[in-house]
Design a protein around this ligand. Structure first.
Ligand SMILES: *Cc1c(COP(=O)(O)O)cnc(C)c1O
Length: 409
């Protein structure tokens, strides 16, 4: 009898007998671990540095909290229940997960293709940091047809990673994950496997499961829905045990690991993850309906909405089981009109970040995506009249009333 993730999350990945019977995991606030024997220590290092793989049933000794820690491992074992990943790695931030994963698989001369736009920090890392190491990064517009992406991969034997953020932040455009994974498989060579890496922060793990669509690695900013309370910063990478093993070696060397207290907070948040995401989505749908009919709203971007066009709706039906709780909408006018709304809201908080229990609202062009040039913004569809909203757990009627008065301002 296989239980649903919402049931398994409460027992999966934690054995109370290893912690004095404690019903919930204690915090293992320690920097280092004592080996029983020298041979045990030697074996633990062989596995941690990727010199050998753990055998079935073998559980290597813990070494040092930059390498591993019971709280990180409990979280890593639990957090995979929705995506069905073989393994996960916890990081100090979403950016830690993204940068460490890219550095684990890319070397000078390689090319990374990325859906455009992506999260502002990711954008900076791709456009300004990776090229310093002679790694080429080439954007393709989110929602690019499969044939066009195939042409890019076919004509360039240096492509090593296809990186997708879907839905894209902040335009909510979906990209064809299934198509990218098929293309990666088709043009991989024995000594050059092309990996499909997907940032699943916006919809996952409840409404989007890219591993099931063929992606190799999925990434999360755990700061957002996984943590869910705007009180921590963390990231997660997931995939096969072999790929996550490589990522963990890079994490150990870069020091982008998280800490026991943060890992503990995230595992505590996972029990309510599905409930939070479903309720936030239900409220978001009511807000979208309100915005679509408001005379001062020019357009609304929301996954699954017919307003996104035929191709996007088809992708949504194939790849998502929900619509999520992120909304981007454009007011009539420009930055001044958008700012008037942002300054007038009372229940929603004017702040970047998303996925928490309180509603947050922000201006992508001047805030989260301000490091992009005007040309890059235009290419990605980030306009000065665009507002991004993350719907929280407040009463949806109060949120609608708040938006109504702010749009009236
Ligand atoms: C926030 C975010 C990130 C970066 O995560 P941090 O935890 O802030 O480092 C990456 N991708 C997406 C889609 C995000 O929303």
């Amino acid at each position: 009898m296989t239980a649903k993730p919402q049931t398994r999350i409460f027992s999966h990945g934690y054995d109370p007998q290893r912690s004095e019977g404690a019903a919930v995991p204690p915090v293992f606030r320690t920097s280092t671990f004592i080996f029983k024997t020298a041979a045990e220590g030697k074996r633990a290092f062989e596995i941690a540095y990727g010199l050998d793989c753990a055998k079935a049933g073998e559980s290597p000794a813990l070494i040092y909290t930059r390498v591993n820690n019971p709280n990180s491992e409990i979280l890593e074992d639990k957090v995979v229940v929705w995506d069905g990943a073989e393994a996960a790695a916890l990081f100090s931030s979403g950016m830690g997960a993204i940068s460490s994963t890219c550095l684990a698989f890319l070397k000078p001369g390689d090319t990374l293709l990325f859906s455009d736009p992506v999260y502002g920090g990711t954008e900076f890392f791709f456009r300004r940091v990776l090229p310093q190491f002679n790694i080429r990064t080439i954007p393709f517009p989110a929602g690019t047809p499969r044939e066009e992406l195939e042409r890019m991969v076919k004509n360039d034997p240096t492509v090593k990673v296809i990186y997708i953020e879907s839905p894209a932040n902040p335009t909510m455009m979906l990209s064809d994950i299934r198509g990218a994974a098929e293309i990666a498989g088709r043009y991989s060579r024995e000594d050059h496997r092309i990996l499909t890496v997907v940032d699943n922060t916006f919809m996952g793990p409840i409404f989007s499961k890219p591993l099931a669509l063929g992606a190799d690695v999925i990434l999360y900013s755990a700061t957002k829905f996984l943590g869910g309370h705007s009180d921590l910063v963390a990231g997660v990478a997931m995939g096969s045990a072999a790929l996550v093993g490589q990522i963990k070696v890079m994490r150990t060397i870069l020091g982008s690991n998280s800490d026991p207290d943060t890992a503990w907070l995230i595992q505590r948040s996972l029990g309510t993850l599905q409930l939070r995401m479903e309720q936030q989505q239900a409220s978001a749908r009511r807000i979208v309906d309100f915005l679509l009919t408001h005379p001062k709203v020019q357009s609304v971007a929301y996954p699954g909405s017919p307003a996104m066009g035929e191709a996007q709706t088809a992708l949504w039906r194939d790849q998502c089981t929900g619509t999520g709780s992120l909304i981007a909408f454009c007011v009539k006018g420009g930055e001044a009109e958008a700012f008037r709304v942002l300054d007038a809201v009372e229940h929603m908080k004017l702040a970047v970040s998303l996925g928490g229990i309180e509603s947050l609202i922000e201006h992508p062009s001047s805030m989260t995506h301000s490091d992009m040039t005007p040309a890059e913004k235009a290419q990605a569809g980030i306009t000065d009249n665009m507002i991004r909203m993350s719907v929280g757990l407040e009463d949806p009627q109060d949120l609608i009333a708040d938006l109504a008065q702010a749009l009236g301002a």
